[in-house]
Design a protein around this ligand. Structure first.
Ligand code: ATP
Ligand code: MG
Length: 212
């Protein structure tokens, strides 16, 4: 028995957390067990590492160090949360996954795709999401939303050029993997974005024989 692994990606304020909560409730209404989790994080180790990446601007941390930290968190997350849930047949909804490493460390921090690919191969060569929902918004819109939602973290204080590279990095990955990564316009009002997210996720679930 294998469940369904759906990741939700996009830059700051693109609507990932809002979208994940909506998908969770829709799948649960259909009687499915859902594990909602996030990266970096999702385990005790992962949450400590998340704090280092997002808040510890008092610590020197190179782009390569940051990449290795997010993959260390990911290895623990796969072992403790994602793989056991999929083995039970649950639906796993993950708020960011490896596409975020391509976008933020590969493109945003300009490490390039190859460094990310090497670690992806090492950490989860046998596992890819069944579906990646990429919420696309301009950095201006996303950052304005993130700002109005609360304090800006370390990454959210990066330059506009950084966020433009992140957005382009995500879109380039979507062009290279159209079979898995679906780009969804995150600009419209929440109910419209959620409608598209759900119809895309439900289409996959139905194709896999899960009633919804
Ligand atoms: N489609 C939308 N239109 C307008 N506001 C939205 C929309 N979707 C979410 N928001 C609001 O924007 C803010 C950021 O949304 P959300 O937390 O879902 O984004 P996120 O992608 O998870 O952000 P982060 O990267 O900071 O975790 C929230 O206050 C949320 O209510
Ligand atoms: Mg969020």
């Amino acid at each position: 028995m294998s469940g369904l692994f759906i990741t939700v990606e996009g830059s700051e304020g693109s609507g990932k957390s809002t979208g994940c909560a909506h998908l969770q409730s829709r799948f649960e209404q259909c009687g499915h067990r859902v594990v909602l989790t996030r990266e970096p994080g999702g385990t005790r180790l992962g949450e400590v590492l998340r704090d280092i990446v997002l808040t510890r601007d008092d610590l020197a941390c190179t782009a390569m160090s940051e990449l290795l930290i997010v993959f260390a968190a990911r290895a623990q997350h796969l072992a403790d949360v994602i793989e056991p849930a999929l083995a039970r047949g649950d639906i796993v909804l993950c708020d960011r996954f490896t596409e975020a490493s391509y976008a933020y460390q590969g493109a945003g921090r300009e490490l390039g795709n190859e460094a990310v690919r090497v670690l992806e191969q090492l950490v989860h060569s046998e596992r890819q999401p069944d579906l990646t929902l990429l919420l696309d918004v301009s950095p201006e819109i996303g950052l304005a939303r993130a700002k109005s939602a609360g304090r800006l973290d370390k990454i959210e204080r990066e330059s506009m050029a950084f966020f433009e590279r992140v957005r382009s990095g995500y879109l380039e990955r979507a062009r290279a993997h159209p079979e898995r990564i679906r780009v969804i316009d995150g600009g419209p009002e929440p109910s419209e974005v959620q409608r598209v997210l759900w119809s895309t996720a439900a289409e996959l679930a139905t194709a896999r024989g899960l009633a919804c």
